[in-house]
Design a protein around this ligand. Structure first.
Ligand code: AMP
Length: 411
C-alpha cells in the first residue's frame, strides 16, 4: 500500500490522481530508501514504475516551493525528459512545487522564462542544461536530489563527460539516485565517483525482458525482408506495432513502404523536428497511427503503454538494445509479442541476444509467405514446410509449435 511508505499526503493524492492502487516492486523498495536519505541504484527496466519511484519521495522531501532548483533529473533524450516531466508534474499537482524541463532542439526563450520564475524540479538533457549553466540562466548550487536516469543510455550516447561537468556544479552534500537497466564498468566508475554508499535495488534479473513477452525469430533472405514485414503485418492481429530499424534512413524507407501499403504510420528518429516527434508519439498513443517506425535512440524508454507487438526489422547490434526495444511490449502484466526478422548475417547477433537473455528464441516460418531459399533454413533438421497446418499462423522450424491466436484488432 502506498499509504505505508511514508509519503506526504499531497504525494499520496498525486498517486490517487494517477489511478495507481498498489506500488510496483521498485516503488516498494526504492521509496523508503530515498525517504531515508540513502543514495539508490535502481537496476530496473523501463515500464517498472521507476519514475514514480524517484518522483514520489522527492516530492515528499521538497515539501513547499522555493526559488532555486532543489531536484535535478538528467535524461538522455528529449522524449524521455518530456515524459518524466509530465509524470512528475502529474504526481506533484497537489503541491505548489514547480516542475520544468529543458532540452535541445527548441528555442531558449520559454525555458529561460520558466527558470527565471523559479523551479523546484528541473528535468533536463545534459547538453541543453550545460548551455543554460553557461549562459547563467540556471544554477545548481541548491540541488539536494539528483537523479541520473537511464545512465547506460547516457553512456551509449557519449554524455558521461557532460554528466560529470554537471555533477561538478551540484553541491557535494546531496542525495543521488541512478537508474540503469545494465551497469557496465563505466557506470560503476561513475557510481564510485558520484554516489555515497549507495544501496542497490534490483528488480528481477537485470538482463531479463518481461516474462510476459513472447519472442519469435523469423528467418528470411535479405531481399525478402520488406515482403516478410508486410506479410507479417497482414497476418497478425495487432493493436499497435513498434518497428525498429537500424538507421534513420531505413526507418524512413520502411515507413514509406508501409504507408504505400495503407498502414497508418508515424516515424520517430532524431532527424525529425521536435514537433514532428511529438506529433508522431501523440498520434501513436491515441491510436491515429497503428504503426510507429523508430530508431533505438529515439524510442529508448518511451512510455508507450499499448504496444501489442514489437518488430525488429533490423536485429539490434547490441543485446542490451534488444531488451530495451522489447521493453515496450508485455508491460504491466499484459502479454506482448516481440518479432525479430533475421537474415543470414544476423545469426551471430541473434545468438548473442539469446545468450544475453539466457533464453533460446524459436525460429518460425510464416505459413502464408512464399519463401525464397536462405541458408538459414539449412539449420533446420527437417523440411518443415509440410508440417504447416491449416488455421495456424506459423510453424516453428524445429518441431510443431504453432502460433496461438493473436489478439483482436482495435479497429
Ligand atoms: P515507468 O517505468 O516510470 O516509465 O512507468 C511505466 C508505466 O507504469 C507508466 O505508464 C506509469 O504511469 C505506470 N505506473 C507507474 N507506477 C504505477 C503503479 N504503482 N500502478 C500502476 N501503474 C503504474
Amino acid at each position: 500500500m502506498f499509504s505505508h511508505l511514508g509519503l506526504s499526503s499531497q504525494a499520496l493524492q498525486g498517486v490517487k490522481g494517477m489511478g495507481y492502487t498498489e506500488p510496483t516492486p521498485i516503488q516498494l523498495r526504492a521509496i523508503p530508501l530515498v525517504l531515508e536519505g540513502r543514495d539508490v541504484i535502481g537496476s530496473a527496466q523501463t515500464g517498472t514504475g521507476k519514475t514514480a519511484a524517484f518522483a514520489l519521495p522527492i516530492i515528499t522531501k521538497l515539501g513547499e516551493h522555493a526559488p532555486s532548483p532543489r531536484a535535478l533529473i538528467l535524461e538522455p533524450t528529449r522524449e524521455l525528459a518530456a515524459q518524466v516531466e509530465t509524470a512528475f508534474r502529474d504526481l506533484a499537482r497537489f503541491t505548489n512545487l514547480r516542475v520544468t524541463v529543458v532540452y535541445g532542439g527548441v528555442g531558449y526563450g520559454r525555458q529561460r522564462e520558466a527558470l527565471e520564475r523559479g523551479v523546484d524540479v528541473l528535468v533536463a538533457t545534459p547538453g541543453r542544461l550545460l548551455d543554460h549553466l553557461g549562459q547563467g540562466t540556471c544554477r545548481l548550487d541548491q540541488v539536494q536530489f539528483l537523479v541520473l536516469d537511464e545512465a547506460d543510455r547516457m553512456l551509449d550516447m557519449g554524455f558521461l563527460p557532460d554528466v560529470r561537468r554537471i555533477l561538478d556544479k551540484c553541491p557535494r552534500q546531496r542525495h543521488t539516485s541512478l537508474f540503469s537497466a545494465t551497469i557496465p564498468v563505466e557506470i560503476e566508475t561513475l557510481i564510485q565517483w558520484a554516489m555515497k554508499n549507495p544501496q542497490t535495488v534490483e528488480i528481477g534479473a537485470r538482463r531479463m525482458p518481461a516474462e510476459t513477452v513472447r519472442h519469435v525469430v523469423y528467418p528470411v533472405s535479405d531481399d525478402q525482408k520488406s515482403d516478410l514485414l508486410r506479410a507479417l503485418l497482414a497476418e497478425v492481429n495487432y493493436d499497435s506495432v513498434l518497428i525498429f530499424c537500424r538507421t534513420k534512413h531505413r526507418a524512413d524507407r520502411v515507413a514509406h513502404m508501409l504507408k504505400q501499403n495503407n498502414h497508418a504510420v508515424a516515424v520517430l528518429h532524431s532527424n525529425r523536428t521536435q514537433r514532428e516527434r511529438e506529433q508522431a508519439l501523440d498520434g501513436f498513443r491515441n491510436g491515429r497511427y497503428e504503426v510507429l517506425v523508430a530508431t533505438d535512440i529515439a524510442a529508448r524508454g518511451l512510455d508507450i503503454t499499448v504496444v501489442s507487438h514489437v518488430i525488429n526489422y533490423d536485429v539490434p547490434q547490441h543485446p542490451e538494445d534488444y531488451v530495451h526495444r522489447i521493453g515496450r511490449t508485455g508491460r504491466a502484466q499484459a502479454t506482448g509479442d516481440a518479432f525479430t526478422i533475421m537474415v543470414a548475417e544476423d545469426r551471430p547477433h541473434v545468438a548473442a541476444i539469446e545468450r544475453f537473455i539466457s533464453q533460446s528464441i524459436p525460429r518460425v516460418k510464416l505459413e502464408s509467405f512464399t519463401y525464397k531459399y536462405t541458408s538459414l533454413f539449412d539449420d533446420n533438421p527437417r523440411d518443415t514446410s509440410r508440417e504447416v497446418s491449416r488455421g495456424a499462423r506459423g510453424v516453428r522450424l524445429h518441431g510443431g509449435y504453432f502460433f496461438g491466436p493473436a489478439r483482436r484488432k482495435r479497429r
